[in-house]
Write a protein that binds this ligand. Sequence first.
Ligand code: RB5
Length: 141
Amino acid sequence: MIVLGCDHGGLAIKNAIAADLKARGVEYKDVGTYTEESVDYPVYAKAVCDEITSGRAELGILCCGTGIGMSIAANKQRGIRAAVLSDAFSAEMTRRHNDANVLCLGGRVIDCKKAVELARIFLSTPFEGGRHAKRVAMLEK
Ligand code: RB5
């Protein structure tokens, strides 16, 4: 299961990612926000992270204006490894090396096409394990 969340600044790219997942038959849960009314991003960061730390979802995507606020909020939750990025190489490497479980994107940084591209890479790239597993485990200590 994939979980999506956003504030008003990330609404358009979150909707684009959701539409792409739906079109490809990928199961997801959208915890909001659902309108352009101004909301507080930490609320949605927590809602997405709770789905992951409870085991109900494996990976999450959080979208705000820059992706930065969402990443700061998400990384305060134990067990969450959130990466804010805007390029394909980082989207791949944060799965391969960091086992990131939350992707944070900025709706005022990238367009909908790029957001879908990055989400696809993030969701389809496996963690490499090996030497990286020890380092990821250190993050939880
Ligand atoms: C909302 O205006 C904006 O501050 C928020 O979407 C995000 O960019 C914060 O990091």
